[in-house]
Design a protein around this ligand. Sequence first.
Ligand code: G3P
Length: 259
Amino acid sequence: MLYIIDSANVEEIRKCVEFYPVDGVTTNPTIISREKSDFPSLIKEIRSIIGPDMMFHIQTTASDAESIIEEAIALKRTVGGNFYIKIPISPEGLKATMELKKMGIKVTMTAIFTQQQALIAAKAGADFVAPYINRLDNIVSDGVHVVEEIVNMFNLYDIKCQVLAASFKNVEQVHKVAMVGSHAVTINPDLFDKLVYHPLTLYAVDDFATDWENVYVDNSVLDLLKGEANGNKGIKAESMKSLKPLTLKDSEENSAEKK
Ligand code: G3P
């Protein structure tokens, strides 16, 4: 499953690219306008951070097919690389999709709320469809179920279009779309941190550190391997006894205790 960053904030994108195995960036007019920066410079900077191979999905603001196509061509020329034009589904959007595919420009059809919107977008040639999970959940629909049926339909008809699930508010939603076969998720940078965080992981790592320090004090694995340890082989004096190999006498005492 592909992990995509749903943000236009260059610092957040830089951090996600450094720490997480991400596959690209998606934006929309709301995400872009939050940054309040010069649009062409912003998208060029994002491209320079993610490099030419990662997917970069940028949304059109036009509503008629001709203008959507013009924007797609201009955006592709500006950012280059692995580019997708995001088009909200509409009759004009579908018309633009069919034309853009002939021109070799990849399309992500977005603002998908139903299975039939996804199917017709795929038939028009969309490479990805982007159903909005949290927005569906908010109207007491079931975002995960919609994704599941889209994935099943695409499998049933051997359709190459992929599902890029979007609009997430929590880890549970991401997990559930992964379990029903979503090909990709686009999530905000905070949610990447939440996917990784678990308090029990932190407790476990704390315990490892304490147990290590009880014996090896502040010597790291590398200190010990390089032979640069402080003290006697880097082992705390009072730990030496318990680390000594067992003698015959020790084992006789142990077996006597067990009896
Ligand atoms: O990519 C679409 C996504 O950004 C929508 O998310 O949180 O505005 O529902 P949201």
